[in-house]
Design a protein around this ligand. Structure first.
Ligand code: MG
Length: 177
């Protein structure tokens, strides 16, 4: 079984600092079509999102869930669950780390639970923590330029010399088979 592990903010939707209002959820162009295409290619989809705003007390896990639901509604692929599993990591960098990226824990648990083939799995995101989570889990990382980092920023990180960089999520999905 092949799979995509997807970051949320800066990857599928516009990164709005500490987003907690579902009305603020905005998909990047082409994301809905790309999700549909990846699913048609047989990829199982997982969402893994760091939400330290929960740990900081800025908003609740229920707020994050509502934003996820709004995103799924905007993607608009019907009632079938879009993601095989969703992981919201609430801890701040200062708190004991459980699922917060760059931890590979969620990815490794899903590989074991759902019998995924790591050689056909990708971790897609806009930050170094996403890339490191993928590398730590020994699956393929894919870096996007729709968040904080530009193509030049990614290229300046020696540890990521072999990490493929894409302009946006649709550009990544176009390379999948
Ligand atoms: Mg992100």
């Amino acid at each position: 079984m092949k799979a995509l592990f997807l970051d949320r903010d800066g990857t599928l939707i516009i990164d709005k600092h500490y987003l907690h209002d579902p009305e603020g959820v905005e998909l990047f162009p082409g994301v809905a079509e790309s999700i549909a295409h990846a699913r048609k290619l047989g990829y199982r989809l997982y969402l893994i999102t760091n939400q330290s705003g929960i740990g900081r007390g800025y908003y609740t896990e229920a707020d994050a869930v509502r934003c996820n639901e709004r995103m799924e509604q905007l993607i608009g692929l019907g009632s079938r669950p879009l993601f095989a599993e969703i992981c919201i990591a609430p801890e701040t960098p200062e708190q004991p780390q459980r699922y917060r990226k760059p931890s590979p824990r969620f990815i490794l648990e899903m590989i074991a639970r759902d019998n995924l083939d790591p050689a056909q799995c990708w971790m897609v995101g806009d930050r170094d923590a996403d890339i490191d989570a993928g590398l730590n889990a020994k699956i393929h990382p894919a870096a996007l330029c729709t968040g904080k980092l530009t193509r030049a920023d990614w290229a300046a990180i020696p540890a990521y010399r072999d990490v493929p960089v894409f302009d946006d999520f649709p550009a990544f999905v176009r390379t999948l088979e």
